[in-house]
Every structure is written in C-alpha cells, then in structure tokens.
Design a protein around this ligand. Structure first.
Ligand SMILES: [Zn+2]
Length: 430
C-alpha cells in the first residue's frame, strides 16, 4: 500500500572492515577477531526524507528495513523558547520522543524505544521464530506494541520490580508473551533469562546494541534534529543506560559528515547517568577503555535507589569496538552524574515551561543540561540538541485508558538453567 522499495545497504564489520550482505539477522562479523559492532552502510549517502511514508519510516534511507509496519511515530524536533530563555541559551533544540500530539509526536508508549522497535521489526532479514527481548521496561512496552499490532512472535523478559512500566493501550495479541525474574532482580537478571531462552530451538535474540536496526532506529533522533535545524548540532545531551543511543547518535553524525550538506563538525556527546549508579561515568572519567569491576550486590543496591530505572545497565557496549568508549573518544564527550532530586526538579521545570511531563531518564538529561550551563561546560551561543528520550506518559494515561500487563511466569534469580529453559519451552508448546 506504500510506495516503498527495501532500503539498499551492506553491513560492515568494525573489527576488520569486511563488507557483507544482511542475509540472516547478522549481529557480528562473519570472521570475528575481537568483540566488535557491525554497521550498516547505506547506498544512499544523502538522506532524503520520505514524507509519503508513515511515522519513523520517513527516515527509511538510513534504516536497514525491508518493509513498512503500522503504528509508528517519529521523533520531532522544535526550537525551545521557554527552557532556553530560562537557561540563557540561544540555540536549544529539543528532540522529543513520546506522546505529544499537539506537536506531532505520536509515540504512544511514550519513549524513543519505539524508534528501535519499529526499525528492528522491519529489518530486512527478520527471521522466522520467536524474537527474544530483555528489557528494564520501556523497551518491553515498545516491542510489545509493535509486535502485537503487526503479529510478530515475541518473548519479553523483564524484572518483576519494573513490571509497572509494562502497560498498553489495549490487550496484547497472544503473539506477545511475557516472563519475569523475581523481586530484587534487575535488568541484568532479565538479560540472563533471555540468554537462556535463545538457547532453545525456534527462538532468536533481538541483539540489543549489536543489532544495526536498533542503533539506526535510535539514530533517527539525530536525523530528525539535523534535518530540522539544518546543521549538525555542537552538543548532544542524553541520559544513558547502555549508551546505545549515544553510539547511534555518533554514527548518525558520521553519516551526515559523508552526506556533506549539514556541516563538518562532530557533536560533543554530553551524557548522563542517575547517581549513585554511575558505572559508565566511573570508567570514562578514568579514560578506561574497559568497564571497571562492579560488585553485583553494590550495583543492585544502587539501582534500587535510582528513579530512572531504565538507566540501570550493568553490561553496556562500552569496550566493544565501535562502542561507547570509541564514540566518546572520537568527539571529546563527557558523562555527568545526576541525582534523583536534581532530576525531579528538572522534570518539574520542563513540565512548567515546555508543557509536557518527562519520563525519569529524560528528566536526568534536562538536569544535565542545566548543570552543564551552570558549570559553563557549554557555550551559550552554540547549537544544542537535547534528546528527550521519553515524555508525555502521564499525559497519555490521562487521555486514554490503559491496561497493565502481567508476566505468565516468574523465575527465581538463581534458578536452575535447565529447569528455566524447560518451563519456557513448555509455555510455547501448550
Ligand atoms: Zn572481522
């Protein structure tokens, strides 16, 4: 029904530079020498917006997709007047991902995880079987939506502590199944469950940061910003969990350098985590090329303290070639720590002055911008992109009735792996 030709692209490994076709949901180099991301190399070097395609798919030139799905929204970018006035900034652009129909933002699950989900599920080499996705909450909600709407078999694994993040506008199609790890478990434990599931026949991993569709889906935030502003910004502000969004922003920036029409600068990545959980900041502050050792029990306690639960990744794609360390090294980026109170105040300020509620991680990003201005880390005349990775959730809940989802099964954190696998297999054979 849409006039759409599958996007033409090759994959390239960052370990040895080899190019290869996207035959079977490729997540790594066919001949891996070291842990390394792969990238999509698009035939179209110049991004043309396809306004005849719905939602996210206007950016199809730089998405590794073979089809168009129903129900997506696109990031929108606007120039801030109120918040920027308050902070004394001249060129503050807000890229908003979430629900704000008055501004043309139609991500009904309220976060930029929809950018990933609608890109991943439309990926050219989408295999048969059940896709397995681990999530701290927002990703699960986004994948549940796109898979339910488009009847794509999905198994979600989520920490039970985050189950409140799993809601939907309507009951889900039975093709979406949900399991959880018990109370006290975190995102890391949910990933462990998903790793067990993909050992079973008929299941395949979504791939997370290693999935080019996921990163390039997130990169649409920068595609929106750059095409709206008309140039590559000087600074990019985002709160990070795994940092995959920041890697994606950097990669989008590199594509625009090749495009050539939007300037030749590299955005400085101004990233933030929710303190006291700061493992990426701690590694980067020492310029360590690998993550520092983390004590599991300490990390669990820190994660319990933070409000922005989605920023709780303990195994980020930091050291991997083409990952966060390389991204930060390439543009002189920095990472700030923001506590709950600073984030809450920033969220309130955004609601008052820009007019929409923020998801806790996005409030962390706004607080980091405020802190950077206060500490003179940015030039007030510079062009700044503030990536609001989630918002309008309260607004959406006020304007719609929603239902909360529950897991079919809850597994112990240190359960017997074979027993866990047996029970998951049983769920799908009933
Ligand atoms: Zn290789």
């Amino acid at each position: 029904m849409y006039n759409f030709i599958p996007t033409q692209y090759q994959l390239q490994s960052l370990c040895c530079g080899i190019e290869f076709p996207d035959l079977n949901w490729e997540l790594q180099c066919p001949d891996p020498h070291q842990p390394s991301l792969i990238r999509a190399i698009y035939q179209e070097k110049r991004l043309e917006l396809h306004h005849d395609l719905p939602g996210l798919y206007r950016f199809a030139d730089w998405l590794p997709i073979g089809r168009i799905l129903e129900g997506s929204g696109s990031p929108i970018t606007y120039k801030s007047h109120n918040l920027s006035g308050l902070l004394g900034l001249e060129q503050l652009y807000i890229t908003f991902n979430g629900y704000w129909p008055e501004k043309g933002a139609h991500m009904n699950t309220g976060t930029f995880k929809e950018c990933e989900a609608y890109s991943v599920c439309a990926r050219t080499s989408n295999p048969k079987g059940v896709m397995v996705v681990a999530s701290a909450g927002n990703t699960a909600r986004a994948f549940a939506r796109v898979c339910s709407q488009n009847k794509i078999p999905l198994l979600l694994t989520i920490p039970l502590d985050n189950i409140g993040a799993l809601w939907a506008e309507a009951p889900l199609d039975p093709c979406v199944r949900i399991i959880a790890c018990e109370k006290g478990g975190d995102y890391f434990d949910a990933i462990h469950l998903s790793n067990l599931a993909v050992e079973l026949d008929g299941f395949y991993p979504e791939g997370g940061a290693k999935n080019v569709a996921r990163r390039d889906g997130m990169g649409t935030t920068v595609l929106s910003a750059v095409t709206s502003i008309g140039k590559i910004p000087d600074y990019y502000f985002q709160a990070i969990g795994s940092g995959t969004g920041a890697i994606a922003a950097w990669e989008a920036n590199l594509r625009f350098l090749v495009d050539g029409r939007f300037g030749s600068n590299k955005m400085k990545l101004m990233l933030s985590q929710n303190s006291p959980f700061l493992p990426i900041k701690e590694a980067w502050d020492q310029r360590s090329p690998v993550m520092l050792p983390i004590d599991d029990a300490v990390a669990r306690n820190q994660v319990e303290e933070i409000n922005a639960k989605v920023l709780s990744n303990r195994k980020p794609p930091y050291a991997i070639k083409g990952g966060l360390f390389d991204a930060l090294s390439d543009n002189g980026g920095s990472i700030m720590g923001i506590n709950n109170q600073e984030a809450e105040e920033a969220g309130e300020l955004f609601l008052q002055h820009e007019g929409n509620d923020l998801e806790p991680a996005a409030a962390v990003a706004v607080a980091s911008l405020m802190k950077a201005v206060k500490e003179n880390l940015v030039d007030k005349k510079s062009t700044i992109m503030l990536n609001i990775t989630g918002g309008g959730i309260e607004k959406f809940k006020r304007e719609h009735s929603i239902c909360y989802l529950t897991p079919e099964k809850v597994f112990p954190i240190h359960g017997d792996p074979e027993e866990v696998k047996r029970q998951i297999a049983e769920m799908f054979h009933k």
